[in-house]
Each structure stands twice: as structure tokens, then as C-alpha cells.
Write a protein that binds this ligand. Structure first.
Ligand SMILES: [Zn+2]
Length: 145
């Protein structure tokens, strides 16, 4: 009986990524979060709504966009509970991330906070809102009772 050879694994050194993204055309998104609004971008030509917002329309490539506040309710399409967190999120407790179809028609991926694990279900109603964070203004979901 032949034994299989041992599996050898190499461990890489930790890798840190830092991105610098041009945000001139998206400044209003960040200003909106500071004012308690969650903006998506909407194409002035074809009406396509994008979240996170984009500077140009990914549907028709038009460069004229407008802002629409998409806060409000939506329905969970899928979610996951993250227990094994990436290095940059080690300071946070375990968390839940959900993909939600908003009443405004666009899908949003964000953290779902203040929910008991057993209460999170596909089809559950949630509310999207701007939330303060130590890393700057952000957005997230809470369950609607
Ligand atoms: Zn368009």
C-alpha cells in the first residue's frame, strides 16, 4: 500500500494594498453620507441607476449623471455571516453582509447591523441608511420589524 506524499505549502508574507482612486466626480456621494443621505448615480440619458455610484454610465457610457437618494427599504436577496475576517477588519466583531434589492430598484451590498443571527433571512425587510464610522461616513442596513 503506497502512501501519498505529504502536501507542501508555502506561506506568503502579509501583503498590504493601498489604492488611490480619483473621486472628483463622486464627491457628492461622500458629502451626502455626511448629511445622512445615501446617493446612487443615475444616468441622465438612459436612467440606469448604479450603486456604488459611478462617474459615467456603465450601461450606455454617457458622462452626465445625477444623484438620487436611495435610502429606504429593501429586501434581502442573499447574505453571509463573516466569522473569519480579513486582516483589515480584525478590529471588528463578526459581522453580516447582505445584498439587498432596494425599493428604488438598485441592489446594494452593505453590512447589516444590530440584528440577531437567527433573524436574518432571505426576503427579510431592511432599511438602508447613512451611518457614522471611525473610518469616515458610511452606509448600512438595519432590520425592519
Ligand atoms: Zn446610461
Amino acid at each position: 500500500m503506497a502512501l501519498s506524499p505529504p502536501v507542501r505549502r508555502l506561506k506568503s508574507r502579509p501583503i498590504t494594498f493601498v489604492f488611490e482612486l480619483p473621486t472628483e466626480k463622486l464627491t457628492e456621494f461622500w458629502n451626502g453620507l455626511e448629511k445622512g443621505k445615501v446617493y446612487a448615480s443615475k444616468c441622465k440619458k438612459c436612467g440606469y441607476i448604479t450603486f456604488p455610484p459611478t462617474a459615467d454610465c456603465s450601461h450606455c457610457l454617457n458622462q452626465e449623471m445625477e444623484w438620487v437618494d436611495i435610502q429606504g427599504e429593501g429586501e434581502i436577496e442573499t447574505f453571509t455571516h463573516v466569522v473569519i475576517r480579513p486582516a483589515s477588519f480584525q478590529k471588528y466583531p463578526t459581522y453580516t453582509v447582505a445584498v439587498v434589492k432596494m425599493n428604488a430598484g438598485v441592489k446594494v451590498l452593505a453590512w447589516l447591523t444590530s440584528a440577531k443571527l437567527g433573524d436574518v433571512k432571505v426576503g427579510a425587510r431592511v432599511r438602508l441608511g447613512a451611518v457614522p464610522s471611525e473610518d469616515g461616513p458610511s452606509y448600512g442596513f438595519t432590520l425592519v420589524n
